[in-house]
Design a protein around this ligand. Structure first.
Ligand code: G6P
Length: 752
């Protein structure tokens, strides 16, 4: 026992030291991060308001100047601001500006005892305390064409950081306590029994005499706890990163290797006939395909999609199937054929002129036509028929993808009542007021409720969906379970933020960063010290491509040092070109790029290079790797996988991601420079900050984003949905069996 005690004590002390060390490192790192982030944000805010500040910078325009300062502190953590003349007198301040941080007092701090008057800081930051908690102070100079106008002082609340730190410390302490107790307990238990025999013993105990009526609720709680611990313990055997192998194992474990069926409009491989007559294969520009294809490769099964390529019919067998990927053949692609009228009504019309603008806040008016709606229904039924033909069990797992198939879950359920239908909506879900615009809103909601699980990228979209149900349908909302119950059937509504395969397959064959850079420089005729920005999108009005080019224009206006040096390359894949709004966008983007090039181009130098054609992934990766920054300026986007792809492509930990706050990705990639793409001053300041960022900071930010993506990859996305589906299936099977048993017992009772 003495030896055992010693080893437990040793383990506990070891854990304590480790926890202390981890706490110290985490503390120092997050502190540094937070400080740098605050400095950058403060600088960006002042840069953004610079114009307005300069134009009202005088005591005679005190009211207007104060208004600019009020705008400047709109950010919820910014508390107050003041503007100071060079001799440290106040020009204007926001209401309730703390008097102890008056201009003269701040000036005396950065003047370090010298004459506080006539002192303008280069940039000064400090920390102080107010009765409400700690605050961060920044003094930033304001100049107008080399004339020093004075300086701006910003006061930022640091109370939240302190509260967060206290919470984190408490949590860490509690966690450590728990770990220590659990470790000691486990060591002792393991010494006496194996894990299994302990678990068995406890179960026996719970089943036995102690389970008296008054004790039952408590016993049930404990039993649930034990079940959970056992499940987690068993899951631990394979814990660690989600990989294709782990996903496969999960499938085999939970679903006994059942075949997965995916329903998606876009096919992962498009066969088309080139002018030479040869058949070519393309990877479409689609976030959905980028994410799902690796999942299918891991799981195998069938992908049912619209066969839209000019040589698609020539490459399938008599059942309209083809094994893909070409050369690897790990799963089946089943093509569904649509008539030109169906494609026009269902895809271009209802899906892309109706639901797409309805779901995105990007200023395009949704168009709903009765004719399109009919085609949408017919095509959804057609795909449900294809599912019926492809499944090999009466309770298959069917993954229905995106806004093209809102009705498919209901149609599939009518054909296969025992199927587990998981629907994932890849784009935003609008608020219910906006959703109410759709004349067939109730039918769409009803169709989607045919699913067992309904997934969105974010909790906000789940909430919007639940609100729409609340407003437009007769259904019970179970807010605790995040579920909707209608006609006795339950649909779980959960967030599953989508991601990428990790590591990306395109990285394996990508040339080195140096090679990528020199080939791109050569291709674009740029000097070896040129700075390159990159944007990669389908030509879609939701992507904010015009705002992006305008931000580049503003960058060159405000920061002349980048003229002649910075080139922004936009890879734009033509998309949905039959639709007028897309054709218009194409023209507008071309005109805008020409205007900026006209304004800032010189000799061979063109600041904006538009490459409007389809680019295969290896080319896209080459541009990512060659660039100094990537700007994702979407006006509204469910996730945006280009942002994640950029980080995935930079295994050299260089390059800066400038990311729109209106993307789902901005919630996960906090280390990007997050901007409002409509605010051109802010966006251009972020582009400048990205181009001036030190290598160390680029590395820190990129490393952190890549770390997140390695864990939160697409295998985890699929794995979590499959685990949830498995839980549902075993619950359904269990209740089905219990019901059967109960019916059996009742029948027996009556015959006896
Ligand atoms: C978005 C949609 C996908 C679609 C992709 C490309 O990401 O959510 O469903 O595949 O755009 O659009 P396309 O119309 O070419 O398939």
């Amino acid at each position: 026992m003495g030896a055992r005690f010693k080893s437990i004590a040793g383990l506990t002390v070891g854990l304590a030291v480790l926890a202390g060390l981890a706490f110290y490192v985490a503390h120092t790192m997050t502190d540094g991060w937070a400080e740098r982030d605050i400095r950058l944000r403060t600088q960006l805010a002042v840069n953004g308001a610079r114009r307005s500040l300069v134009s009202y910078w005088s005591i005679d325009q005190q009211l207007d100047l104060a208004q600019v300062l009020v705008e400047l502190v709109r950010d919820e953590r910014m508390m107050a601001a003041t503007s100071c003349a060079p001799e440290a007198t106040v020009l204007a301040a926001t209401p309730a500006y703390p008097p102890r941080f008056a201009c003269a007092s701040i000036a005396s701090r950065f003047a370090r005892g010298a004459d506080p008057r006539a002192a303008v800081p280069s940039v000064w930051h400090g920390v102080d305390r107010l009765p409400g908690g700690p605050v961060h102070l920044s003094a930033l100079p304001l100049t107008d064409q080399d004339r020093v106008l004075g300086f701006v002082v910003l006061v930022r609340d640091l109370g939240y950081a302190e509260r967060r730190q206290t919470q984190a410390s408490r949590l860490l302490l509690a966690l450590f306590g728990l770990v220590a107790v659990a470790a000691s307990g486990l060591t002792m238990l393991m010494a006496r029994w194996s894990w299994r025999s302990w678990n068995e013993a406890l179960r026996r105990l719970l089943r036995g005499d102690l389970a008296q009526a008054w004790f039952r609720p408590f016993v049930r709680d404990v039993r649930e706890l034990v079940d959970r611990i056992v499940a987690e313990k068993e899951a631990d055997h394979e814990a660690g990163a989600w990989t294709p192998e782990r996903l496969k194992t999960a499938l085999n474990r939970y679903l006994h290797g059942e075949k997965i069926v995916i329903v998606a409009n876009r096919e992962p491989y498009i066969h088309s006939r080139a002018k030479s007559g040869e058949i070519e294969v393309h990877h479409p520009a689609s976030g959905l395909v980028t994410a799902l294809e690796p999942v299918m490769q891991a799981c195998s099964g069938v992908w049912i999609a619209h066969g839209g390529g000019s040589a698609d019919r020539d490459t399938v067998d008599k059942h309209d199937r083809i094994l893909v990927p070409p050369g690897e053949q790990s799963y089946l692609l089943r093509r569904v054929w649509l008539t030109p009228e169906q494609e026009k009504g269902y895809y271009y019309g209802f899906a892309n002129e109706g639901l797409w603008p309805l779901s995105h806040l990007a200023h395009a008016r949704p168009i709903f036509r009765g004719e399109d709606w009919k085609h949408y229904q017919t095509v959804n039924e057609k795909f449900a028929d294809a599912v019926g033909a492809e499944v090999d069990a009466d309770d298959p797992i069917v993954l229905v993808q995106d806004y093209h198939f809102a009705l498919a879950p209901k149609f599939i359920r009518a054909r296969l009542p025992r199927a587990t239908v998981i629907m994932f909506w890849h784009i935003p879900w609008p608020n219910s007021e906006r959703f109410g615009i759709c004349p067939w809103r109730n039918e769409l909601l009803d169709g989607m409720l045919g699913s067992s699980i309904l997934g969105f990228h974010t909790q906000v979209h789940c909430n919007n969906f639940i609100d729409a149900i609340d407003r437009f349908l007769e259904a019970r909302i179970d807010r605790e379970q995040h579920a909707v119950v209608r006609n006795g059937r339950t649909t779980l509504v959960r967030p599953y933020p989508i991601s990428l395969e990790w590591p990306s397959r395109w990285l394996k064959t990508a040339p080195s960063v140096e090679e990528c850079r020199s080939s791109v420089l050569k291709e674009l005729g740029l000097a070896s010290d040129a700075l390159i920005g990159v944007g990669v999108d389908r030509l879609d009005y939701t992507k904010g491509i015009e705002e992006r080019i305008l931000a580049v224009e503003r960058l060159l206006e405000r920061y002349p040092e980048f003229r002649g040096r910075f080139t922004f390359v936009q890879l734009a894949a033509p998309s949905r070109t039959i639709i007028e709004r897309y054709r218009q966008l194409n023209e507008d983007v071309e005109k805008l790029a020409a205007r900026v090039n006209e304004r800032f181009g010189q000799g061979d130098y063109r600041p904006v290079v538009l490459l409007c054609s389809h680019h295969e992934p290896p080319t896209v990766f080459r541009f990512y790797r060659a660039s100094d920054l990537c700007y994702v300026s979407a006006l509204h986007d469910g996730m945006n996988l280009v942002a994640k792809e950029y980080a995935a492509a930079r295994d050299d930990e260089r390059g800066v991601l400038v990311l729109s706050q209106f993307t789902g990705a901005a919630r996960e990639l906090a280390e990007a420079l997050i901007v409002n793409p409509y605010d051109l001053d802010q966006a251009s300041a972020a582009l400048a900050a990205a181009l001036n960022m030190t290598r160390e900071e680029q590395r820190d930010r990129m490393r952190s984003m890549r770390g997140l993506l390695a864990d939160f990859n697409v295998y985890r996305w699929a794995g979590r949905m499959i685990e949830d589906a498995a839980r549902l299936r075993s619950r359904d099977r269990l209740t089905g069996r219990l019901l059967d048993n109960a019916m059996g017992a009742r029948d027996e009772g009556t015959t006896r």
